[in-house]
Design a protein around this ligand. Structure first.
Ligand SMILES: *[C@@H]1O[C@H](CO)[C@@H](O)[C@H](O)[C@H]1NC(C)=O
Ligand SMILES: *[C@@H]1O[C@H](CO)[C@@H](O)[C@H](O)[C@H]1NC(C)=O
Ligand SMILES: *[C@@H]1O[C@H](CO)[C@@H](O)[C@H](O)[C@H]1NC(C)=O
Ligand SMILES: *[C@@H]1O[C@H](CO)[C@@H](O)[C@H](O)[C@H]1NC(C)=O
Ligand SMILES: *[C@@H]1O[C@H](CO)[C@@H](O)[C@H](O)[C@H]1NC(C)=O
Ligand SMILES: *[C@@H]1O[C@H](CO)[C@@H](O)[C@H](O)[C@H]1NC(C)=O
Length: 228
């Protein structure tokens, strides 16, 4: 009799539904716990680590112990074209502006933490960061602004040239470029940001900022964020 089978069928569908809901929950938890990348200079090389937990800033030994790290040769980093892109959070422990530039300049990263590990004052040089949404800067503990966080809203929804919606996530990120003065990592002042939308040519609009032609996306405008 179909009448007796129906409830059982509904019941098993219900269980199936619950099971798939549970599964999708587990999947989203796993996704939320995605490892983050930690990079620092060690001896004459770079260590590139994948960490499942937060490591206290500049604790190199703990990082080697707790994370899965590999060595990257300096010249490999120097020659890398295109520059790096990170889908997870990126933390960089640095001692000087040139290493910081090597690891971060023209890199695509949404969530970036920069931790200063040495007291040598940082000079003013500009770093270009693509697709940046959150920046955290950890200076030395005795700095006036030792720990800072900045959220940047890269709302590119109104890009006037061409159909913005059709662009890939990566291309959208390439259109949002943030400039950071490395001297801000000294922690002498509070971090602020200012965004300029609809910039068609960064080079003419901001002649003092570094600009890589490799970024050029034809017929699109940029949102340029100055962190100061
Ligand atoms: C670090 O490793 C990640 C994951 O393997 C990779 O995507 C990234 O490009 C590497 N970065 C450097 C500077 O080697
Ligand atoms: C995540 O990090 C842990 C160490 O913290 C490491 O053992 C594991 O291999 C990493 N997973 C990935 C996918 O890199
Ligand atoms: C970033 O790259 C630009 C262009 O190559 C360069 O002018 C600038 O000095 C670099 N910044 C750092 C901090 O290395
Ligand atoms: C950028 O362009 C869009 C579309 O033309 C426009 O709606 C928006 O107001 C512009 N923004 C600025 C700051 O000019
Ligand atoms: C900022 O801090 C550094 C030390 O971290 C110091 O050497 C430098 O003189 C300070 N600069 C200004 C403008 O206060
Ligand atoms: C860029 O815009 C110009 C004029 O609006 C148009 O002629 C050209 O085909 C566009 N190029 C691309 C790659 O969309």
């Amino acid at each position: 009799m179909p009448g007796t089978k129906m409830p059982a069928l509904i019941h098993s569908c219900y269980i199936l539904l619950l099971a798939s809901l549970a599964l999708s929950n587990i999947c989203s938890i796993v996704r939320a716990q995605q490892n983050s990348t930690l990079i620092f200079a060690a001896e004459n090389n770079i260590r590139n680590c994948s960490c499942s937990t937060d490591i206290p800033d500049c604790d190199y030994n703990l990082a080697q112990l707790m994370c899965s790290c590999k060595t990257v040769l300096l010249h490999t980093v120097r020659q890398a074209v295109p520059r790096f892109r990170y889908t997870s959070g990126l933390t960089v422990w640095f001692k000087d502006a040139s290493t910081l530039g090597l690891l971060v300049n023209f890199t695509l990263v949404h969530d970036l933490k920069l931790s200063r590990c040495e007291s040598t004052p940082l000079p003013t040089t500009y770093l270009a960061i693509l697709g940046l949404r959150r920046l955290r800067v950890q200076s030395l503990s005795d700095a006036l602004f030792a720990q800072q966080s900045l959220v940047i809203s890269n709302d590119l929804g109104s890009n006037p040239k061409g159909s913005y919606a059709a662009l890939s996530v990566d291309t959208k990120a390439l259109l949002a470029i943030a400039y950071l003065d490395t001297a801000l990592c000294n922690g002498n002042s509070s971090l602020k940001s200012y965004s300029v939308e609809n910039v068609s040519n960064i080079g003419t609009h901001f002649p003092n900022l570094p600009y890589s032609n490799a970024l050029a996306v034809s017929n699109k405008t940029y949102t340029v964020t100055l962190i100061y």
